[in-house]
Write a protein that binds this ligand. Structure first.
Ligand code: WTA
Length: 677
């Protein structure tokens, strides 16, 4: 049996252990105020009305020139939405709100230290800051539409300011998660061909002011070693007027943004009228091969999709205070902290730090103090807060009308705690399933229309038509009780346009498997392969089981096993490396790393530590393995393939099954003894 099939079998097994739950009904006072209560929306967005249904989302935006063709399929599967339209994302997120809501808070910035003042940035203030930053990017850096810029910023107001300044000019931003290493930033600088890196001197994490600037030095060195010189590094100061990093500035390369900006005070930059299909940003994500993929998102289609879904699924009204606790360095933050909420003129909360600093009551204090009424987070955070502060929410006086979970499957027990304790039994919950590639939600209930079911994402959102295929490409019908590969039958405006610079990989990875005709220009022939396994219940709700490819979802972050393995191979003693996911109470999955050494080297705690550190250095602290197991040899097939399935079973203490067909069955026993004692 091929290795891949075995992985799929194990995914399907999860379905057996986890039974369907009963419905929960959304509170009536939520329904009474909801943006979308009309059931006919599903009819409006049915396949018969595709693609014209998405006009409804496009019409939530302001266009300089209205589009002439809703969907251009001539370059399938690189689909173009709202062709002929001219639009600017920065204008739609800021300028258009000024007439009525100039003095409304756009962003509440909450520093991690509670003794620091919360910043309330009005739409007017955001407009001023974005204009000045845009003027700087244009004049000081010479940036223009179509150029790429890498951002490596933490969770601070300066991040959306920089993103929106780029968007104002049509410059393509590529924000790298702040927790990622300088090396990871370098890979993304190289791949996107960025001449500029925008970063910050430091930021708070768990009460420590971290030196973030040092990562910029590592990034520039690594990029230079690969033949790409970063022309300038622009550094925001965490405390304007005071440089907070220990790492010195590099003469001629490093510049303090806060100083440079003084020259641009009061300057205004006309938003550039961008074609709807011009790229707005790149967001890198892990894939089945080692190299991260730059998911290229469009301006008009993306913005329309995140605005429409923020309105109907997140139920955002302009008077709401909305807090998504994700990091803007991930797609969730781009779509549902910055672009969607701001396009709807909401107040969006940005919290700098970790949820349990200085104690697990922090999120609920923030909610109480700011009057947050929509809350959005991931199962990993919910599990952690439930474990360390199960009684904390009850101590605070806040009221959530709506809550979201995103990023990985949520266990029904955890869902119920979220509903009863965090939501105090009074909030609508949506479990939103989607991916970096998708721009916005794929499956979720419409909160005022469909009941909630713990552990189930729900049906496709309006205009998204999922289908589950088995390995032969036959449809697995709803209620079959069988898992399969969940695909989407139709394109949608939020879907990424391509992998930056690698159209072949885009087609191969997402469409080849179930493509009906590779020459076709008809969207019906190009189902989109998500790479997740799922089952569909008789009521049409989808339960997502997890990835079927070599990606581990750690705390809701996708890490490619190949990326982790190649980071381990940077250590000179390491000959072979294999990463397997291990179930973890808080993080969902954590990587276990198995390595075999080159001849002549011997295991030691020091070496284990060095290997573990290599993953943190190459990728980031979230990639640190639970444990490094230095084994005498890897279990292998006769053709020499490492049997990750066997290692996975050993780490998870499940049955390894029949190993007699392996080339070296005896190592299985030795490794089991080592790991399980
Ligand atoms: C998983 C995050 C179950 C899934 C927006 C997907 C989920 C991957 C859910 C994408 C959910 C995301 N239920 N699984 N509600 N949301 N996933 O690209 O495996 O960081 O393919 O996008 O996370 O992760 P990504």
């Amino acid at each position: 049996m091929a290795e891949k099939e075995i992985i799929e079998t194990s995914e399907a097994e999860i379905a057996v252990h986890w039974q369907e739950e009963g419905y929960y009904h959304v509170p009536l006072d939520f329904i009474a105020q909801a943006n979308m209560t009309d059931e006919s929306i599903y009819q409006r967005f049915s396949l018969e009305n595709f693609p014209n249904c998405f006009k409804e989302y496009a019409d939530m935006l302001d266009w300089y020139e209205y589009w002439t063709e809703i969907l251009d399929t001539s370059d399938a599967p690189c689909f173009k939405w709202f062709k002929g339209g001219k639009i600017n994302a920065s204008y739609n997120c800021i300028d258009r709100h000024l007439a009525k809501n100039r003095n409304k808070t756009a962003i509440h910035f909450v520093p991690e230290l509670e003794e620091e003042k919360v910043e309330h940035v009005t739409y007017q203030e955001l407009w001023v800051r974005v204009n000045e930053m845009a003027a700087l990017l244009q004049d000081f850096c010479g940036l223009k539409a179509g150029d790429r810029v890498t951002l490596h910023l933490p969770m601070v107001t300066e991040l959306p300011v920089t993103m929106l300044a780029c968007a104002r000019l049509g410059v393509i931003h590529s924000q790298v998660f702040g927790g990622f290493s300088g090396k990871a930033a370098a890979d993304r600088i190289l791949d996107s061909g960025s001449d500029f890196l925008i970063t910050m001197d430091g930021y708070y994490r768990g009460g420590q002011l971290l030196d973030h600037k040092e990562k910029a030095d590592v990034a520039c060195e690594a990029a230079a070693a690969a033949g790409h010189k970063v022309k300038k590094v622009l550094i925001w100061e965490r405390y304007p007027g005071k440089y907070s990093a220990a790492t010195p500035l590099v003469e001629g390369r490093d510049f303090i943004v806060n100083d440079l900006l003084k020259k641009y005070y009061g300057q205004r930059v006309e938003p550039v009228r961008m074609p709807a299909e011009a790229p707005l940003f790149l967001m890198y994500t892990s894939g089945t091969t080692g190299k991260p993929k730059g998911c290229q998102h469009s301006t008009g289609g993306y913005l329309a999709y995140v605005t429409g879904t923020s309105k109907y699924i997140q139920d955002i009204h302009p008077e709401d205070v909305y807090w998504c606790m994700a990091d803007i360095g991930w797609i969730t933050g781009h779509s549902y902290i910055v672009y969607g909420p701001l396009a709807l003129c909401a107040s969006s909360v940005i919290y700098e730090g970790i949820p349990n600093y200085p104690d697990p009551g922090r999120p609920w204090r923030i909610a109480q103090n700011l009057g947050v009424n929509i809350f959005h987070t991931a199962p990993t955070a919910i599990r952690a807060l439930r474990k360390i502060g199960p009684d904390e929410p009850a101590k605070y006086n806040y009221h959530f009308k709506h809550m979201t979970t995103v990023g990985e499957p949520i266990e029904p027990e955890v869902w119920k705690w979220y509903y009863n304790v965090v939501g105090k039994g009074k909030a609508a919950i949506v479990d939103t399933w989607w991916q970096t590639e998708n721009g916005g939600f794929l499956c979720s209930t419409l909160p005022a229309i469909k009941p909630m079911k713990p552990g189930s994402a729900g049906p496709g959102v309006p205009g998204i038509h999922p289908i589950i295929y088995d390995d032969e490409g036959k449809e697995v019908p709803k209620g079959a009780g069988k898992a399969g590969n969940i695909c989407i039958q139709n394109p949608w405006p939020g879907m990424f346009q391509t992998i930056w610079g690698d159209r072949d990989r885009f087609v191969r990875q997402y469409f080849e498997r179930y493509c009906k005709n590779p020459k076709s220009k008809d969207w019906r022939d190009w189902p989109y392969l998500t790479g997740d396994a799922a089952v569909q219940a008789p009521d049409g709700y989808y339960r997502i089981l997890g990835r079927i490819d070599d990606v581990i979802n750690v705390s809701g972050h996708r890490l490619g096993t190949k990326e982790l393995e190649s980071a381990a191979l940077v250590v000179p003693e390491v000959a072979e490396a294999a990463v397997v996911p291990v179930a973890d109470e808080i993080k969902g999955k954590v990587p276990d790393l198995y390595v075999a050494l080159k001849p002549g080297y011997h295991p030691s705690p020091e070496l284990e530590k060095r290997i573990s550190q290599a993953l943190a250095t190459e990728i980031g602290p979230i990639a640190k393995p639970r444990k490094v197991w230095i084994v005498p040899d890897m279990p292998k097939t006769r053709s020499g393939k490492i049997m990750r399935r066997v290692l996975g079973s050993i780490s998870n203490k499940t049955d390894v099954g029949d190993v007699m067909t392996l080339a070296n069955p005896e190592v299985v026993e030795a490794i089991t003894k080592m790991v399980q004692g």
